[in-house]
Design a protein around this ligand. Structure first.
Ligand code: GDP
Ligand code: ZN
Length: 309
């Protein structure tokens, strides 16, 4: 093999043994060099977001020769996967995300308990999170700030935007530039509209378009990366399955709530669950109004295992 012919690239899409790789020479449809497919198979071995070295075969195809080690991973529980090193059955959905953008609509009333769950996943995976509040044209800024200001105080960037009026779109574009961002949110919050506002043609079809064509928006759970004009990539993460809380031990949950984590050392019991114990610093802070009741409710719901996404 002649190493000088290898070009660096990033996997945009993995599908049935073929990989679309973004290289300085354009997008090449690639297969894996045979020996690379062992010992792991398919999407686990190479996922969107993986950095690779490719040997171009012609102007539109090539062979993946090397796969860089992953820095981070966004996964979900595989329906029938093999257990990984930690005994988990994980399926890699996206490799190396730099940040997660959680999109909510200001109207109708956003589900902040869902936001808390998503933030726990971001904290557990150590991936910076960004909150995007769309449809700000449907409410006033003050009402939206009352709901989401708490998250700004916790240190999460919150962007108030409208795909409809264009408000905040420049700031959103700026936040995405040069990074690999996984965009997630419930269907209907306006993810596709936002991506199209940032860069026309970027998104999968919006609701209106997919209703017209009768084509479902998300035929697959695997994200596809789309290169941004200014540099960076956006992955429209289909559904919220990638953000299931499957990898989190109950005892470590408190570490993933930013305002709860620093209190834990002041609890009387080192294994305090912060649900009922005497001399619990978390319960005391909730009573004193220093921890938001909604955030604490999210902690309880996850801790007591009452919720699935
Ligand atoms: P997705 O399912 O998250 O991709 O949501 P879509 O982009 O398909 O948008 C869902 C609906 O919300 C569509 O009817 C959009 O026209 C509408 N929508 C999207 N963004 C905005 C916005 O900023 N303001 C308003 N008023 N409606 C919006
Ligand atoms: Zn406690």
């Amino acid at each position: 093999m002649d190493d000088t012919r290898l070009v660096p690239g990033l996997i945009l899409r993995a599908q049935s043994g073929f990989f679309d790789v973004h290289t300085p020479d354009g997008v090449l449809r690639c297969k894996l060099r045979g020996r690379l497919t062992l010992p792991r198979r398919g999407s686990d071995l190479v996922a969107a977001g993986d950095r690779v070295l490719v040997q171009p075969l012609d102007a539109s195809s090539g062979v993946i020769e090397r796969i860089d080690e992953r820095q981070r991973v966004l996964g979900r529980r595989a329906p029938s996967g093999r257990p990984d090193r930690r005994g988990q059955r994980q399926q890699v959905l996206l490799a190396n995300p730099d940040q997660l953008a959680f999109v909510f609509a200001a109207e109708p009333e956003p589900n902040l308990r869902l936001l808390d769950r998503l933030l726990v996943v971001a904290e557990a995976e150590r991936i910076p999170a960004l909150v995007v509040v769309n449809k700000i044209d449907l409410t006033d800024r003050k009402a939206a700030t009352e709901l989401f200001g708490l998250y700004e105080k916790l240190g999460y960037p919150v962007l108030y935007v409208s795909a409809k009026t264009g408000r905040g779109i420049d700031a959103l574009r700026q936040a995405l530039v040069g990074k690999l961002t996984a965009v997630a949110g419930r269907s209907g919050v306006g993810k596709s509209s936002l991506l199209n506002a940032i860069q026309p043609g970027l998104a999968l079809p919006t609701k209106e378009v997919s209703e017209q064509t009768g084509k479902g928006k998300h035929a697959t759970v695997f994200p596809e990366l789309v290169p941004l004009d200014g540099g960076g990539y956006v992955a429209d993460t289909p559904g919220l399955r990638a953000f299931a809380l499957w990898d989190i031990e109950p005892g470590e949950l408190d570490a993933y709530f930013r305002e709860i984590a620093p209190l834990v050392k002041s609890c009387a019991f080192s294994d305090c669950t912060h649900t009922h114990e005497p001399d619990c610093a978390v319960l005391a802070a909730v009573e004193a109004g220093r921890v938001d009741p909604g955030r604490y409710e999210s902690y309880l719901r996850i801790r007591l295992g009452e919720e699935g996404l």
